[in-house]
Design a protein around this ligand. Sequence first.
Ligand code: ARG
Length: 583
Amino acid sequence: MERFAKLAARALNQVLETPIQPSDLETPPDPKMGDFGFPCFRLAKQFKKGPPQVAQQLVAELKAKNALPQDLTVAAVGPYVNFTVPQDKLLGALLRDLLAGAGLGTYGKLQEGSRGSWVLEYSSPNVAKPLNIYHLRPTALGAALDRIGRFRGFEVFSINHLGDWGKQYGMLSVAFRHFNIPLDQDLSMRELVDLYVRINAEAEKNPALEEEARQDFVKLEKGDPAITAFWQKCVRISLREFDRAYGRLGVRFDHIWGESFYREQLPPLLDALRKKGLLVESEGAQVVPVTDREGHELPPCILQKTDGGTTYATRDVAAALFRQERFRFDRMTYIVGGEQKLHFQQIFAVLKQMGCDWVERCEHVPTGLYRFKDAKMSTRKGNFVTLEEVLELAKERVTELLAKRESATELSPEAAAAITEAVAVGAVVFHDLSTDPARDVEFDVERVVDFEGETGPYLQYAHTRCLSILRKARETGQLTASEDALFDERLVARLQKPEELALVKTLGMLPLHLERTLSFAKASQLANYLIDVTQAFGAFYRECKVLGEEPELTQARLMLVEATRRILARGLSLILIPLPERM
Ligand code: ARG
């Protein structure tokens, strides 16, 4: 479909001044209206006409200039210029592409490194705290964009910017001393958190501890060996814990460069800012006055505190400079909670003042929070719910639902446990990713794990259905070709039903949705598309019998089942959803 979308965009570019990308095209709600629609709303102003008149004018110009390739027809439908691909051309060409290559095939894949470099920062939790469920938002979105970016030809560099520096580590070092914890004592994350809570309670009664913590952090910044050893211990405990959670989600990073990674770059950075005359003293601190992109004044960016210590912002400015130096990126994306919008405005403004033009290629993609329907979770003190607790909650529900299924009784305990884990992870991750990233996730376990709603398990189940049809076809001798060599030109003509055509067209939309996902930095785009695929497959399967038809028709329809399997498996893997073989 992408090829045809490109043809449509190219045609439009012959009659328009502002360039059109294939991703500017939309999918008409009813396939009878066309395969791609170009919306004319934005052009209305420029043309000084209503959008439907603009659409008619563009169609007339396309025809007059003979700009339309043979493979497309065009019509004005309301405010849209709609393009249609003739059926015979479409089916054969698409199925051939969809079934090319072994395994999941190569459909939609572009050569890695062919489209520039992309620094993608995501997850970035704070050390010495468990992974909170709200960290799933930047973690899942980042990991999905990471996979999709690579698949679509970008050279991606993923970075986990751990929060592993700052006064709280001074506080922890005070706690180790205060409670006499020997350096070699093994601590769990829970014990570490308890320690932090206890020392903070003490510090409320005894403000001298606060001061001690501040000094300890200044010492840590200067490389004090004893405090460094305590700090390293906290980082080690946390990484062990994070790795377990990342392992369950299938997330990995090219670089785990926490805030501490930049510590030696901070003094030279402050010097450089001073030399450029950008640092100003304000109430004893060193700040850079900043404005937003429209020139409105923002609170100044504090880069050095009164006690000489650096800040979260200092480390981010240093990190950006380092990454540009190292990667010369074409795009850098920070996937971080929306509450840090101001922070990134300040960082980008400081970089701009330093003369870094490349800051134009940096963006902050804000993520929302979690809200719980479940009383057990929402009334929790401080609303502190960890990712692993949510996964456990989902697993309980999956276990209940699977127990009701007949097929479940035949499973070994190990197989059942693996399926339960895969379905729980799939449910939680899909629910997160299918919500617009900037909005909050409403978490209600019954809805998230529902096998019938628009959920992860529903998609995983559709995928297992494709597998089981193919399995049965093979067992009964109705599928003799290998899945890797299923395409047969002669059989295409056997596919005559509207549901067959609609399914193939939907499958062919994968590359377009991947592009949209990347340009909007929203995995919800792909998640919703996969729901469409499942629905198109459902409609096909209701209307068209696959097994037990006369052999050629069965073969032809098995091509569709295999193509669906590939697209579902590809799409789901790109958004981290595990694929159980049966459910
Ligand atoms: N550690 C921070 C937090 O959990 C997020 C870090 C975001 N990334 C950055 N470059 N500032 O709140």
